[in-house]
Design a protein around this ligand. Structure first.
Ligand SMILES: Cc1cc2nc3c(=O)[nH]c(=O)nc-3n(C[C@H](O)[C@H](O)[C@H](O)COP(=O)(O)OP(=O)(O)OC[C@H]3O[C@@H](n4cnc5c(N)ncnc54)[C@H](O)[C@@H]3O)c2cc1C
Length: 390
């Protein structure tokens, strides 16, 4: 029978980062199992690649701070490219309440060491993106080290490095016909995993199954409050009426945001009418909804061409308080969660892999107080609530 010190279920950016951080800490008998024919078919391959430290809660700010620093050194440390581009995130406020919100966030960000978040006036915003309609913009914040990475490249870099150190990747899923998890003892404890390639003996399983994580947890007899929520992105055809380089711009009046993607522009908007479910298909009616918001904030975008066949949909993995769940499952010994990133799994992948590896190997992490992210917080009423969700 195969044996592994740790089995990771899911080879997206999060599972790959956990494998990397374990291997890097010397735990190299790691097996990653992925049910798809290749890596990146989950949310990682659908992501917008945005990374930002401009969050509202200390734990998200701390995770971003660690992760952005990691991305800036990724190529050298991991030996593969992350394509980190520090083009910044620009939040644009159109009401006094937005301004107060950005002000409170900025103070918290600075107090936690992110001291390069700048206040920008409407005139400065106009200078960054002259095509923006700024008549109702009161001000905003800009952080120059926020920006973008290539999620596929980061995922591959983590996994290739882990494999160079001895970790293994099997393209095989959990075997649904058999009991996928073998547990032993009076208190349920992981003893093995049944995969479509056979049984693997292990005492530690990491759930890194993204939007599918609640189903994987259930197979092991654990509850995990993670729900899939569709998220759609619309790229324009080549468009030269906006600068070649500009930050991710967020219109706080609607939540519409956009950035340059090659020769075109990538348009994003969180449709409040969306409901949870495994909806993977792109809804063509979304194009008009997003173009209306786009043209209202950036009038020249009314002239952008869009081919709906190039637009796509993917899944956010939502938790009730929009924060990740990282740590051991309370009722199944040896099962660890690294789930529920609520749309921030790419940007937080370095920190989450590091925290998960720390918890597995030593029971604690000095990166953050990991108890805050435990699944028990929901039963204990200690919700964190992130409001800066895009
Ligand atoms: C449109 C869109 C835009 C986004 N934009 C951003 C952004 O700008 N910045 C950001 O930080 N985040 C963004 N996100 C969120 C981000 O993509 C996710 O949080 C992140 O990719 C989660 O990574 P993951 O590895 O946990 O999940 P995934 O990448 O989904 O990987 C999970 C893997 O588990 C596998 N799996 C599932 N069940 C099993 C099983 N039973 N057996 C074996 N394998 C299994 C799946 O096949 C999959 O490969 C975006 C998401 C979407 C959809």
């Amino acid at each position: 029978m195969e044996t592994a010190d740790v089995v990771i279920i899911g080879s997206g950016i999060v599972g790959s980062s956990v494998a990397y951080h374990l291997a890097q800490a010397g735990c190299t008998n790691v097996l990653v199992i992925e049910r798809e024919a290749h890596q990146g078919k989950g949310s990682t391959g659908k992501s917008m690649g945005g990374v930002r430290a401009q969050f509202s809660t200390p734990v998200n700010i701390q995770m971003s701070r660690y992760s952005i620093d990691f991305f800036s050194r990724f190529d050298e440390v991991v030996g593969h490219p992350a394509d980190y581009r520090a083009h910044g995130y620009l939040f644009c406020a159109t009401s006094e309440s937005h301004l107060a919100y950005l002000q409170a966030n900025r103070e918290r960000q600075i107090s936690l060491g992110v001291n390069n978040v700048e206040w920008v006036s409407p005139g400065e915003i106009q200078a960054i993106v002259p095509q923006l309609r700024t008549d109702d913009i009161l001000g905003g914040t800009f952080c120059p080290t926020d920006g973008f990475v290539d999620p596929h490249s980061v995922m591959m870099g983590f996994m290739l490095n882990a494999r160079e150190r001895g970790a293994r990747l099997w393209l095989s899923g959990l075997d649904g016909k058999a009991e996928p998890f073998r547990t032993s003892g009076r208190q349920s404890r992981i003893a093995g995993v049944m995969t479509t390639r056979g049984r693997v003996s292990t005492r530690v399983v990491v759930n890194a199954a993204g939007a599918w994580a609640a189903g994987v947890a259930k197979m092991a007899g654990a509850e995990l409050p993670v729900e899939p929520l569709r998220r759609q992105l619309v790229p324009t055809e080549p468009f030269d009426q906006l600068p070649k380089r500009f930050p991710m711009v967020i219109d706080m009046s609607t939540g519409f945001h956009f950035r340059r993607e090659g020769k075109g522009i990538l348009l994003a908007w969180n449709d409040p009418a969306e409901t949870p479910g495994f909806k993977m298909e792109f809804d063509a009616t979304f194009v008009e909804k997003i173009l209306t918001r786009a043209a209202s904030r950036v009038p020249v975008l009314a002239e952008a061409e869009v081919n709906p066949r190039r637009a796509w949909a993917g899944l956010y993995e939502m938790t009730p308080d929009h924060h990740a769940i990282i740590g051991p499952a309370p009722n199944v010994k040896g099962l660890y969660f690294v789930n529920g990133f609520s749309g921030h799994g790419v940007m937080h992948s370095p920190a989450s892999g590091r925290i998960a590896a720390d918890l597995i190997l030593s029971g604690h992490s000095d990166l953050i107080d990991a108890a805050q992210l435990s699944v028990e917080r929901f039963a204990e009423g200690k919700l964190l609530e992130e409001t800066a969700v895009l």
